[in-house]
Design a protein around this ligand. Structure first.
Ligand code: SAM
Length: 262
């Protein structure tokens, strides 16, 4: 049965209307109903329609395109291992939860997966989901209870709601990143890993120092599914040693090296 979209006789993709389009920018598909939409919304729709990772997300039943980014990062750096205890900060709608469930074999009953978000997330069998703001102290206690001790990994894909003002958005996301690191200080076990969304740009050097104090190895990763025009990047810290004490901070020394599972 012919579908509403697919390829035309020349192999070019068709839109949902059955017609294929080629834009000046060289993009193959243009959404059908563009009139009355803001230019920014037109650009977003066109990009979505032509993005192979959006198509893959839908075809594989993943809850977010971000799930593919996590898979790509783990394919390269192998930080997700079976039976880990994982905290996923900013987990809605649940794409990263799906990936962690599978790769850490949480359903076997040995690992633990705790997700936190401001938004309610549809249940993910086997995951413990908390609704709350990670900037509020109460949520830390709830995570401690849910994770049953310490975590092997703290993941954060948190992003602040965008204002459209680039510098403000940058500062807000960097603020969330520091809060995520503070969270990791409280819950990570020695040797644990920290993976978090960051932005390339100002303020990174100071943050780098905070990471260097805590982790054996720190890398910045830009997975292929993260759009090249986006300033988004991810920071991966492995071999958690703990946060430096005031004395160590004053002396400029680092906590003792822990073991690294990677
Ligand atoms: C890009 S989405 C995460 C996508 C997710 N990794 C996935 O694969 O489905 C960012 C999330 O961060 C959450 N967030 C932002 N600030 C937060 C905060 N202070 N506390 C908890 N969640 C927060 C937002 O509600 C949003 O759902």
């Amino acid at each position: 049965m012919p579908g509403r979209s697919g390829n035309d006789a020349s192999g070019r993709r068709k839109g949902p209307s059955g017609r294929s389009y080629r834009s000046k920018a060289g993009l193959t598909l243009q959404p059908k109903k563009m009139r009355g939409r803001k230019p920014s919304s037109q650009r977003w729709l066109t990009r979505q329609l032509n993005d192979p990772f959006v198509a893959e997300t839908q075809a594989r039943g993943l809850r977010s395109r971000a799930a593919i980014k996590l898979e790509q990062m783990d394919d390269k750096h192998h930080f997700l291992t079976p039976h880990m205890r994982v905290v996923d900060l900013g987990c809605a709608p649940g794409g990263w939860l799906q990936v962690v469930m599978k790769r850490c074999r949480i359903e076997s009953g040995k690992g633990v997966l705790v997700g936190v978000d401001l938004l309610v997330v549809d249940p993910v069998p086997g995951a413990k989901l908390l609704v709350g703001d990670i900037t509020e102290t109460g949520i830390l206690q709830q995570v401690h209870t849910a994770i049953e001790g310490k975590a092997d990994a703290v993941l954060s894909d948190m992003a602040a709601a965008t204002t459209g003002h680039r510098q403000t958005d940058h500062l807000r996301t960097m603020g969330l990143l520091e809060i995520a690191l503070d969270f990791a200080d409280q819950v990570l076990a020695p040797g644990g890993i920290f993976l978090a969304k960051a932005f390339r740009g100002g303020g990174d050097r100071q943050f780098q120092e905070l990471l260097n104090q805590r982790f054996d190895k720190v890398r910045y990763i830009k997975p292929p599914a993260s759009r090249s025009e986006s300033v988004e990047t991810y920071v991966l810290g492995t071999g958690f040693r703990g946060a430096p004490t005031d004395k160590q901070r004053d002396a400029g020394t680092k906590p003792q090296t822990g073991y690294s599972p990677i």
